[in-house]
Ligand binder design. Structure first.
Ligand code: ARG
Length: 466
């Protein structure tokens, strides 16, 4: 009698798998982390089996108690995982059956194919909810930093060249918008993760009268109005990993957004910009250069984006060319998915914490934004208000900029005579456009970095995120 080989080999196989085969095929070393959801799924399945008469009440009770006890041992780190039993599903079931004879009935009308699809969906559903909370927290950290520095202006950049003045908060709120789209996408993804595949069996359902909707309800696979969500094609259900790919795509875009934020912070923390100072606890030192304080959190956030993108590509490649339905290849989905979840969750949390420990260097920001060239467009707008076509105004101001450069002085120090020498439309009030406070007060259309508009947007986000 074989003692260690998994139930999946009993009967038909003459012996255990070769040691290296067992090692090659096992997944317990990584899928053990599905244990909580595996147990929840089994409990719901058992409840349904009792309702349709496969289990007696007593057997159900024994199974639920047994699973509960196993769950407690796993949580306490006392459960011994056996690699010979391949995966989390067979480890738990084998131990249950060892303790409770009725455990042998638990797998009725269930296959590991629909079981693993169920477990990943249950697990990912929870992870998405946690991640959404963490993204909201990162958004709050951005809003808070903006509020604390509500009057700070910095140059906005295009092509990494100084372009036009913006409130520092406006720059931060750009990321809040990006993150909000990530949340929308993740919620949308959640609705497709939130569909119950159990009852699909190995590929073709079951001859037993399973009550799939009951299982779905027990496991809260429901839409907003409480209707149970269950898969509609058993073959699709056991081979579908679209929901995992979709999540990885959403996570990749989230990681890209965080990476861009990281890049801005890295630039700002450098002495060339010097716009921000990250607290010591959130920076690291150099082993050689004693003066260094490095923004390693932001750099790692940027760097880890590579693997998050890589995981998406790995999953797409895994699915490409798979014949219907379940193929063992699909076991390779988990490490990528787990790594993606772990990476984006940690990155999101750390970025939020770092932002909460970041101060703005107001002097350096004020100095950078004092460059009057940032308001050259406002000077063109001044001419437009006087009736000049914008294309001509652009040309005229370009000539003023060239003249100022030639004379080696800043734009706002040009005399009226010099301006009128370029074009006689310039009046006494022309130099007024270089008052940056007034310039910001004028930008009050929706979405612009105007004084009132940015305050309004900060208040809107504050309310929405509270
Ligand atoms: N460990 C497997 C996986 O992660 C479980 C499903 C195995 N099913 C099978 N028929 N071999 O995909």
């Amino acid at each position: 009698m074989k003692t260690h080989s998994p139930v999946s080999r009993s009967g038909r196989f003459a012996g255990d798998p070769a040691a290296e085969v067992a090692q090659f095929t096992e997944s317990i070393s990584f899928d053990w982390r599905l244990w909580r959801h595996d147990i929840l799924g089994s409990m719901a399945h058992a409840q349904m089996l009792q309702k349709i008469g496969v289990l007696t009440r007593k057997e159900l009770q024994a199974i639920v108690r047994g699973l509960d006890a196993i769950g407690k041992e796993i949580r306490a780190g006392k459960f011994k995982w056996n690699p010979a039993l391949e995966d989390v599903h067979m480890n738990i079931e084998a131990e249950l059956t060892r303790r409770v004879p009725a455990g042998a009935k638990l797998h009725t009308a269930r296959s590991r194919n629909d079981q693993v699809a169920l477990d990943i969906r249950l697990w990912l559903r929870d992870e998405i909810v946690s991640l959404l909370g963490e993204i909201a927290d990162l958004q709050r950290a951005l809003v808070l930093l903006g509020e604390r520095n509500a009057e700070v202006l910095i140059p906005g950049y295009t092509h990494l060249q100084r372009a036009q003045p913006v409130y520092f908060a406006h720059h931060l709120l750009a990321y809040v918008e990006m993150l909000e789209r990530d949340c929308d996408r993740l919620w949308d993804c959640h609705s497709r993760v939130n569909v119950c595949p159990l009852g699909s069996g190995a590929i073709a359902g079951s001859t037993l009268p399973l009550r799939r909707e009951l299982v779905a309800k027990l496991l809260k696979f429901e839409d907003a109005s409480g209707r149970p969500q269950i898969t509609q094609n058993s073959m699709d259900a056991v081979s579908d990993r679209d929901f995992a790919i979709e999540f990885c795509a959403d996570a990749a875009l989230l990681a890209v957004h965080i990476s861009r934020l990281a890049e801005d912070l890295i630039l700002w923390a450098g002495s060339e910009f010097n716009f921000i100072k990250i607290a010591d606890a959130y920076t690291t030192g150099s082993s050689l250069m004693p003066q260094k304080k490095n923004p390693d959190i932001a750099e790692l956030a940027r760097g880890k984006t590579g693997r998050v993108i890589g995981n998406l590509v790995a999953l797409l490649t895994l699915l490409k060319g798979l014949p219907m339905t379940y193929n063992r290849d699909l076991q390779e989905d988990k490490e990528q998915l787990f790594d993606t979840v772990d990476t984006v969750r940690a990155t999101t949390r750390l970025m939020a914490a770092m932002l909460r420990n970041t101060k703005v260097n107001r002097m350096a920001c004020a100095l950078a934004v004092s460059d009057p060239a940032l308001l050259a467009t406002d000077l063109a707008d001044y001419l437009v208000r006087k009736g000049m076509p914008f294309r001509q105004a652009h040309h005229v101001v370009g000539a003023v900029v060239a003249l100022a450069e030639e004379e080696g002085k800043p734009l706002n120090e040009m005399t009226l005579a010099e301006l009128q020498c370029v074009h006689k439309t310039f009046g006494r009030d022309a130099l007024g456009v270089f008052d940056v406070q007034r310039a910001m007060a004028k930008r009050n259309i929706i979405g612009a970095p105007g004084t009132k508009e940015v305050a309004k947007q900060l208040a809107r986000w504050r309310k929405q995120l509270s």
